[in-house]
Design a protein around this ligand. Sequence first.
Ligand SMILES: Cc1cc2nc3c(=O)[nH]c(=O)nc-3n(C[C@H](O)[C@H](O)[C@H](O)COP(=O)(O)OP(=O)(O)OC[C@H]3O[C@@H](n4cnc5c(N)ncnc54)[C@H](O)[C@@H]3O)c2cc1C
Length: 461
Amino acid sequence: MTVMEGTDRQEIVIIGGGIIGCTTAYYLTRHPAYDPSKHSITVIEATRIAGGASGKAGGLLAVWAYPNNIVPLSFKLHQDLAQEHGGEENWGYRKVSCGNLEATGRGRNELERLGGQAGMSLGKRSGEKGRKVTNGGRSALPKDLDWILPDLIKGYEKMGGSKETAQVHPYQFTMAMIRLAEEQGVKVIIGSVQAINYAEASPSPTPITPPAEDNSYLSGPPSPALSSVSLGSFSSGRSTRRKVKSVTYKDRETEEIHTIPSTTTILAAGPWTSKLYPSAPISGLRAHSVTITPASPVSAYALFTEITIPPTPPSPSYRYHSSRNIQAEPVSPEIYSRPNNEIYVCGEGDMEVEVPETTADVEVDENRCDDLIAQVSSISDHIRLGRVTRKQACYLPILSVGGHGGPLIGETGTEGLLMATGHSCWGINNAPATGKLISEMVFDGKAISADIGQLDPRRIL
Ligand SMILES: Cc1cc2nc3c(=O)[nH]c(=O)nc-3n(C[C@H](O)[C@H](O)[C@H](O)COP(=O)(O)OP(=O)(O)OC[C@H]3O[C@@H](n4cnc5c(N)ncnc54)[C@H](O)[C@@H]3O)c2cc1C
């Protein structure tokens, strides 16, 4: 165990190598005040870069995403990043049309008769209550959306064109961010952070209080900050002024324990945040997704769907025997076509399996993936006759505080400890704004590019 103290270098440690941690590393190196001779930046990632949701998400970017205090900035930064670093080529950045479609899918029996991706269960989950599609019938379907069977369409509503919606390949984007950050001196360590260690801070004249703004979303009185942390070296409350001193991690390869100094620690551990910071109200919601190489190339669309599939009576060979198979409940897979002749499909979330120890331990329920494949095959022959290339699952980080959709970006009330987490279903969209704002907090002492008082973690912790 080594702890270096007494240097005047600023030691910035980012915990978590998902899109938030990696994009934050990138923006720290792009800040005018960054000087590698004075600042060291280390990203500590437990398993592998982008091994969680950041490598398995859809990648839709939309001006109407939330929260609206960072979305316009982030949407614009995505555009700038793509322009500056060849995003089109390097991470599949492109403008994409987006729509909400309602369809009656073909039943399992018919798909089986037709062949292709058909022999899977048609598991039916409660459809997400999205916007009701107002435009009726096949005539509403855009002409270039020719890979969806028009006769099955009940309605289609446009949700975005080239000015409102775009996309990236999240894995490629995250890898590009960390590579660009490494080129500017950022160090990546593959190891699991075991503890954030603290020292007594010198008394501060400024009381540690959250900004006095609308607190209506708080579910109750704020919990005593950090008082229940069980990671040994850490115990703090609002009344005791502490500051970050070092971070202890276990190296993934050697299993050795190391402690590195830290003057600023940025917690970007997504759904794992509360394992390191128990009073952070962040949990994980598992979601499955699949990727498919379509039978022939498809136009650029991101589709929210509501598909009603005719009921299928149970049969002896049927995979499930629950009532969900014989009810015609709508399902709502999201379908994104990607530039490299790939279609990505994700389904609804489930709370069946708790967030596991690491991204490498995420349980993939093949049946749920097969359901997704059958659902989207039921409205597209390009998909039905395509080839499934990946079945996967991951956890999105959600904030379990009523009335607050997240994320939490900013100071925690402990000197030197910042948080960038809880991005729910818009972390890909909001990563650049998060990274830029955190870099401003680190080097300028406050967020400059957007007013993010509403996202201040101290309002909740
Ligand atoms: C199915 C699905 C589709 C989605 N589609 C979209 C979309 O289209 N558009 C959009 O904007 N968003 C989308 N999202 C949301 C987006 O994926 C997430 O908000 C985002 O990836 C969160 O990033 P993160 O870096 O906070 O978390 P993660 O990607 O989970 O990264 C956290 C990292 O921290 C590491 N870590 C955890 N604990 C430790 C520790 N103790 N020590 C070291 N490292 C640790 C983990 O290993 C992990 O790599 C989607 C999410 C899902 C699940």
